[in-house]
Design a protein around this ligand. Structure first.
Ligand code: SF4
Length: 337
């Protein structure tokens, strides 16, 4: 009988989903991805977690419960400490396995390797072998499966850099929206991937912006070298990986003539966002005249209110483009018509 391994469609699924999926499938397992986020998943997640948890962590718990309803044999839930040298992931990722293990009863067997590449990636082969051993004791098959998985992952990242959304790339809808990707009206959309690309959580923000004829630049569509160069402009090194990506994208966007506004999508209860959004807003105010808006999500956020704010922001961008390009959103500069 084929073994079924569940992957929660939350948090870094939007980064590493294709890697993990290809690996497990190449080892002969059936991969079950939890359902797209919906009201029931959010409610199950909220009920399973402490109030203090941020929205994405609550939702992640809901995805674990969805996989349990689908009767999987295993759930893959790695402990992500660090995925880049000398950087850290948010502390909530480090404690995620414990949070889930203690919050949800009757879990199936959990596969929970620790990923800590802060000093080096030298342990990667051991981690791969240990995870693969749940499915086979053939070490060469495990190596081969991981090589295939890495290739799939590289293709996915290349697609993202072309401006294709993770959700589109995951579904291999790579031809979609090419018309809009060429639009000369652009905005930068900043935030964590699990907020930006989860259509339920973001209330389809990317699609709504595209619907207004705007091309959307996100950290995942940035050239990595450029993003890192811009992030290095901070006086002090940003040691959170997400922080580096968000700041690098923000600083790049501030300098681009064709990017007409910057939106930061944040989650209520996110410690990183409270720091990062403040840095971005101050820099945008100080160094550019681009409109900036911060949209904060929680489980009670209403779509109508969000739509009103998006429409007002888009109207302002279009008004500025049609009337005067150098009109300050903050009243710091005087211009005459
Ligand atoms: S970075 Fe923020 S939103 Fe993401 S897991 Fe950490 S606290 Fe939650």
């Amino acid at each position: 009988m084929t073994v079924r391994v569940g992957i929660p469609r939350g948090l870094l699924y939007y980064y590493y989903g294709p890697l993990w999926t290809e690996f497990f499938e190449s080892l002969g397992a059936e991969v079950v991805i939890s359902a797209e986020t919906n009201k029931k998943i959010v409610e199950m997640g909220v009920k399973s977690t402490v109030d203090e948890a941020c929205l994405p962590v609550k939702i992640y718990h809901g995805h674990v419960k969805d996989l349990m309803d689908q009767k999987v044999d295993y759930i893959f839930l790695p402990r992500l400490m660090s995925v880049y040298k000398n950087e850290y992931i948010c502390p909530k990722f480090c404690g995620l396995p414990e949070m889930v293990n203690h919050s949800i009863r009757n879990l199936p067997t959990m596969i929970q390797p620790t990923i800590d590449f802060r000093k080096s990636k030298k342990d990667l082969p051991k981690i791969v072998e240990a995870v693969g051993a749940y499915f086979t004791d053939d070490r060469r098959k495990i190596e081969w499966a991981f090589t295939k998985a890495l290739e799939n992952y590289r293709q996915y990242k290349t697609a993202l850099r072309q401006g294709i959304l993770p959700t589109e790339a995951l579904e291999k809808k790579d031809e979609k929206n090419f018309e809009l990707l060429k639009s000369s009206d652009k905005v930068a959309l900043l935030g964590h991937p699990y907020n930006l690309y989860d259509a339920f959580v973001s209330m389809n923000l990317v699609e709504k912006l595209r619907g207004h004829g705007l091309q959307v630049l996100t950290p995942e569509s940035m050239d990595v070298k450029v993003m890192n160069e811009k992030a290095a402009l901070m006086d002090k090194k940003m040691f959170w990986s997400f922080g580096r990506k968000i700041l690098g994208t923000a600083f790049y966007a501030m300098e681009q003539q064709d990017i007409q506004g910057i939106i930061y999508l944040s989650s209520f209860g996110c410690g990183l966002d409270s720091v990062l959004a403040d840095i971005v807003e101050r820099r945008v105010r100080r160094n550019s005249d681009k409109p900036f808006t911060l949209l904060t999500l929680d489980e009670h956020t209403g779509e109508a209110g969000m739509d009103t704010r998006i429409e007002a922001f888009v109207d302002m961008i279009k008004w500025r483009r049609n009337h005067e390009n150098n009109f300050s959103a903050y009243g710091q500069h005087l211009h005459s018509y």
